[in-house]
Design a binder for this molecule. Structure first.
Ligand code: AMP
Length: 437
């Protein structure tokens, strides 16, 4: 299979070849044909599968087929849950549209709106946005979504986790009924299926990996460890393994800051990335990590969502997530684009229930090891910690370093069928989550 066979235009093929891609990834091969045919698409794909190009390439193809108007109305909207993801998607849109006469821009909160407004005033065909800033600028009269032809909802599951349901519903009301909708999600909960029903019209469903399963290229392992020994164990793993780049997940922002300090104290370069950090600090941390100046990035789930860090070899769950789907998202940061990756989870007694839930979700039992010198506490309670209650009193100190470990349905059929959507149901009685990080 080649990109050419998918029916993409020459300028897009040129951009793809400049990026060095030879063949479409499975999600691209499955999603691009029905999108080009004008269908709504519901795609199951997580970051790392090439999903961004999966919706961007056909979107660019469709937009470039119609001649531009003198005044460029916004014709395509890509909604993403986080600022980092918005910036990444925009960077991709820019690259793939290099040889096309299409303009794009990105807007997100946490930074001055003035340059964003001035970019929009100049006229853009494609807008990549996070929901909050988008609605802000719509309310201020800087943006109209009345001419949207293609709407992309990226990482829909995370959108719901972050409490954006109401915002999505508001955005929907601002767009014309006749449009093409593309929805991407890594997991498919009942709520996601409900949202898909509201947004999509007779969609073609495509999936890159089986629903809710971890990527095969990732080797997964659990270390049973006393809570108080986790920091010592992670320092040992990083040092002994001579890991050059590792993404570490904590459950809370406070936990991320704490661990970062301890790693730096142990002589390991580290930076934290979470919702309380300014956009500047987040961008700087990510850049330092990508450039190799920072060895460890400690992140909360929401901050790390969708980050494109190519070929990340190690992911560590310093605390395993209490939401099982987050485990799949987290380990999806490694083993990307065909490369082998390792995902290690440090599990204390009070996380036993979470581990059980994760194993149930992914349908496999994870291999468990115990590192000498960092054994689990046999007297610790297995009662799960409550959300938000991250730390328990530490009454024992790490014993110091031990040494050895002991241990598709894509059819794409039919002719061009663009703008076939006639009416859509609205559903205003959904409840949104409350917290955003
Ligand atoms: P995404 O899932 O969109 O975040 O993409 C993951 C990574 O795969 C990004 O670094 C892309 O540049 C890369 N990528 C996307 N499509 C392809 C392809 N067809 N061949 C090789 N790499 C790709």
């Amino acid at each position: 299979m080649s990109f050419k066979l998918l029916g993409l235009s020459e300028p897009i093929l040129k951009a793809i070849s400049k990026k060095g891609y030879d063949t479409p990834s499975p999600i691209q091969a499955k999603a691009i044909p029905p999108i080009l045919d004008g269908y709504d698409v519901l795609a199951s794909a997580q970051t790392g599968t090439g999903k961004t190009a999966g919706f961007t390439l056909p979107m660019l193809h469709i937009l470039s087929e119609n001649p531009k108007e003198k005044f460029r109305p916004i014709r395509a909207l890509v909604l993403t849950p986080t600022r980092e993801l918005a910036a990444q998607v925009y960077a991709n849109v820019k690259e793939y549209s290099e040889f096309l006469n299409l303009r794009s821009t990105v807007i997100f909160g946490g930074v001055n709106q003035k340059p964003q407004v001035s970019n929009i005033r100049n006229g853009v065909d494609i807008l990549v946005a996070t929901p909050g800033r988008l609605l802000d600028l719509v309310n201020q009269g800087h943006i109209s979504l009345k001419r949207i032809e293609i709407f992309v909802l990226d990482e829909a599951d995370r959108m719901l986790d972050m409490g954006f349901l109401r915002d999505i519903e508001r955005v929907m009301k601002l767009m014309p009924d006749r449009r093409q909708n593309l929805m991407f999600s890594a997991t498919f909960s009942k709520d996601i299926k409900k949202l898909a029903f509201t947004i999509l019209n007779n969609p073609v469903q495509v999936e890159a990996t089986p629903e809710n399963t971890a990527v095969e290229a990732i080797s997964q392992k659990v270390y049973r460890v006393a809570k108080a020994h986790k920091t010592g164990l992670i320092i040992k793993l990083i040092s002994d393994g001579d890991w050059k780049q590792v993404l570490v997940f904590t459950r809370t922002k406070h936990g991320a800051n704490n661990l970062t300090k301890k790693l730096i104290g142990a002589g390991i370069t580290a930076a934290a990335i979470h919702g309380n950090k300014s956009q500047g600090a987040r961008t700087k941390a990510l850049k330092g990590f990508k450039d190799g100046q920072v060895r460890v990035m400690v992140a909360t789930d929401i901050a790390a969502r969708g980050l494109d860090i190519p070929l990340l070899p190690h992911v560590v769950n310093f605390e395993i997530p209490n939401i099982s789907e987050d485990y799949v998202h987290r380990i999806g940061r490694t083993g990307r684009a065909g490369a082998k990756g390792e995902a290690i989870s440090l599990v204390s007694a009070d996380e036993t229930t979470f581990l059980r839930d994760i194993q149930k979700l992914i349908g496999e039992k994870l291999p468990v090891e115990i590192m000498e010198g960092f054994e689990p506490d046999p007297n610790a309670s297995t009662t799960p910690i409550k959300p938000g209650q991250n730390r328990q009193p530490r009454n024992s100190k790490p014993k110091g370093s031990g040494d050895k470990s002991k241990s598709n349905s894509s059819s794409g059929s039919g002719g061009r069928n663009r703008n076939k959507n006639k009416s859509r149901s609205s559903n205003n009685d959904r409840r949104s989550n409350s917290s955003r990080s």
